[in-house]
Design a binder for this molecule. Structure first.
Ligand code: SAM
Length: 346
């Protein structure tokens, strides 16, 4: 069994009361694994017919996710082709919560490696604009690779600090997702290296950082828009109390739904998510992305398009100084100043 920190055990016993033994017993089992079908590339029915290894039941409605026990599910050609994304099952409930929300302009503020970005992108089905931000540039590169593998054409990948984005995108997004860096108590089985890093001090540090990220995120939600917050930890400081505290500072937001999944109440490693809504009002506009044109390159692209594409492209062609050309989705805002890793389709 996983060796858990004594202080963590004490906190969980106090929190869970009589259900604590069931929680503790969940550590006797190996971590739950799952995959999510990428409906941008294949329908769920078709994937079920072609699945390269056994799928052991659905994770839940709206997730397109399935439990698996395959030893190396990342080594299959279908994985390289982006037909599915490997994701811990309880993390899929976050995308499940955003399923029915309007998503013309979406920001995933803490996005790498891309589990939730790719889930939301599938729900957007190529419509609207998705900005996936990851503050750590190395992780942002992995995020960008996953966006490409999953065939997402309406996504820009950037690397910026939340507060610098907040100063530019005031009240701009219909949906902002904050899948916050956290103390990772729900990761103890999957990544045992998270265990020695755990301490009450680290929980407090994470909570303080989440508070700052949430304040930046709140600024960027349009009036009438939504803020979706999640963690993979059980600590109230980072979950319920964090949301309570947020609401006390932001009277223009209200709580629509909150879910806490424990490994003994849900077949997964555990997750917390809260969906908040900002008061209705006028939606603001942002400056559009400044398109840099290169007529010679565009001519070559149009000739290529005519020969190879069934449908003409939608969006604008933007040429970088080094000659690379991007098909930028309509509605992309100006991202000048943020490190740009991907901008629609290269
Ligand atoms: N959403 C991702 C997914 O589903 O695959 C997982 C995100 S992970 C829980 C949290 C991310 O927040 C990490 O990639 C981390 O680098 C990033 N992060 C760390 N400190 C941050 C900060 N101060 N502001 C914004 N993001 C931060």
């Amino acid at each position: 069994m996983t060796e858990l920190p004594q202080k963590f055990i004490k906190r969980m016993r106090e929190r869970l009361g009589e259900t604590f033994p069931a929680f503790l017993a969940s550590y006797d089992f190996s971590p739950c694994k799952g995959l999510r079908v990428n409906t941008l590339k294949i329908s769920e029915e078709e994937f079920l017919r072609r699945a390269p290894f056994p799928l052991l039941g659905s994770v839940g409605e709206g997730t397109h996710g399935y439990y698996i026990e395959e030893e190396k599910p990342g080594a299959d050609p279908y994985h390289f082709a982006g037909l599915y994304y490997l994701q811990e099952p309880s993390a899929m409930t976050v995308g499940g919560m955003s399923e029915v929300l309007p998503k013309k302009r979406v920001l995933d503020l803490c996005a790498a490696p891309g589990g939730k970005t790719t889930h939301i992108a599938a729900q957007m089905a190529g419509e609207g604009v998705l900005i996936a931000n990851e503050v750590n540039f190395g992780r942002a590169k992995i995020l960008s690779q996953n966006v490409e593998r999953m065939g997402i054409g309406n996504c820009a990948v950037i690397s910026a600090q939340p507060e610098s984005l907040a100063s530019r995108f005031s009240a701009f997004f219909d949906l902002v997702l904050v899948d916050a860096p956290c103390s990772g108590e729900g990761m103890f089985k999957k990544e045992e290296s998270a265990i020695p890093e755990w301490s009450e001090e680290n929980v407090a540090r994470c909570a303080a950082r989440q508070r700052e990220i949430l304040d930046s995120a709140a600024d960027m939600v349009c009036l009438g828009g939504h803020l979706l917050y999640s963690t993979c930890t059980f600590a109230e400081e980072e979950d319920e109390w964090q949301i309570e505290n947020f609401l006390s500072r932001h009277s223009d937001f209200s709580l629509l739904e909150m879910k806490k999944l424990y490994p003994h109440t849900f077949r997964g490693e555990g997750h917390f998510c809260a969906l908040l809504k900002r008061e209705e009002g006028t939606v603001l506009r942002a400056k559009p992305f400044p398109i840099r044109r290169d007529t010679q390159a565009e001519k070559a692209f149009y000739a290529f398009e005519e020969d190879f594409f069934e449908r003409p492209h939608e969006g604008s062609l933007h040429t970088l100084a080094d000659g690379r050309m991007y098909l930028v989705p309509a509605g992309m805002p100006d991202l000048t100043g943020a490190s740009l890793l991907r901008l629609g389709v290269e």
